[in-house]
Design a protein around this ligand. Structure first.
Ligand code: SF4
Length: 354
């Protein structure tokens, strides 16, 4: 098969399984697709061409826009900053309730893509005077080759590097992300083992393994739990998520409990607010210090309070920080409690967020 398109690149992330037949294994995510010649992987972004793994969507972006970091959500990472947010096509999961299914369940579409090299992406972010780069909307992991090159390109630029991910990359891919400078990770936990088995044929402990690895290597993690009726909202599932959060990540890692709305092929009504608030109370009582409820339009549940004395520290509105009440070294001004904040807040910025 010819490999002439400029968005075809030989990947760094594969191994040869059978040299005589040219069978290879992709090592980007934990699906570890085994690919005979001319066969593409689960995410549609990689194909075996003559015994080598090709990324066939290198630099094909499906969306590009500056977005506030709070919308990711990342509430404790460079607060109030704005990142140049970009996406590609495809995903290594198939969530039936996916809000971005038109991107995530699509094969790469060169004819509809914005074509940008890593250097061009960095240059745009600098020209717009943004604070960072964020891979989001579809699953970033499957664009590992592009993201690693982007990290190399962004070195010395002053831009932070972050991603919104399902956390299902291999350890070797994650090591590369960390090596080139990705520091902020908004990671979805989609439920308990039963949820992962039923909908994805996957294992949620891999997600916690990766989140812990990031923390152990000085990165920043926030966990997002979209509570989907009849998929991951049983009491057993809720307890499992809270327990694993504390066991693997600890009490300082923020937990965002988000409301689901019907989308794509999933038609259950939106998550009940009462259930979301019950989970919020349960997580706090269990010891998680920073718990938020998203997608309900109530800023009281998007505010940060001191986990020790209860003082209001950060108030957010429309994904922007409207009140910042921490000392310069990120402590509660009333009781001195150290608050988990990664990176400098961007305060007194006149930039409009969207
Ligand atoms: S990145 Fe794509 S091709 Fe590679 S293992 Fe994951 S799903 Fe399969």
């Amino acid at each position: 098969m010819a490999s002439t398109a400029p968005w075809f690149r030989v990947s760094r992330f594969y191994e040869v399984v059978d040299p005589t037949k040219g069978i290879i294994r992709c090592l980007i995510c934990e699906r570890k697709c085994v690919l005979p010649k001319s066969i593409h992987g689960f995410c549609y972004n990689h194909i075996n061409i003559d015994g080598r793994l090709y990324d066939i969507s290198y630099g094909l972006l499906s969306a590009l826009e500056p977005r506030p970091i709070e919308i990711k959500p990342l509430f404790h990472y460079y607060p109030n900053s704005v990142a140049l947010t970009f996406s590609g096509w495809g995903c290594n999961f198939r969530c039936p309730w996916c809000q971005n299914y038109f991107l995530s369940f699509s094969k790469p579409k060169p004819e509809l893509s914005i074509k940008l090299s890593p250097a061009e992406l960095v240059s745009i972010a600098k020209k717009l005077k943004l604070h960072g780069l964020c891979a989001s909307f579809n699953e970033p992991t499957i664009h590992a080759d592009y993201l690693v090159d982007l990290g190399e390109e962004a070195k010395g630029s002053g831009l932070y590097l972050t991603m919104v991910t399902n956390g299902y990359m291999t350890t070797s891919t994650l090591k590369e992300f960390l090596r080139v400078g990705y520091t902020g990770f908004s990671i979805d936990i989609k439920g308990c083992p039963e949820t992962y088995k039923r909908f994805f044929g996957a294992d949620p402990l891999i997600v916690y393994r990766n989140a812990k690895y990031i923390l152990d290597n000085n990165g920043h993690v926030e966990i997002v739990y979209l509570v989907v009726p009849k998929a991951n909202d049983s009491q057993e599932c809720i307890d499992w998520v809270i327990n694993k959060h504390l066991e693997y990540l600890g009490e300082d890692v923020p937990l965002h409990i988000n409301r689901y709305y019907p989308a794509h092929k999933y038609y259950e009504p939106p998550t009940s607010i009462k259930l979301l608030l019950d989970i919020y109370e349960k997580a706090r009582k269990a010891g998680i210090k920073y718990v938020y409820v998203g997608n309900i339009g109530d800023e009281a549940y998007e505010a940060t309070r001191c986990p020790r004395c209860g003082k209001l520290l950060i108030l957010r509105r429309n994904y922007r920080v409207v009140k910042w009440n921490l000392t310069r070294d990120n402590r509660c001004p009333r009781c001195g409690e150290k608050i988990n904040i990664y990176g400098k807040p961007i305060l007194n910025s006149n930039r409009t967020s969207k």
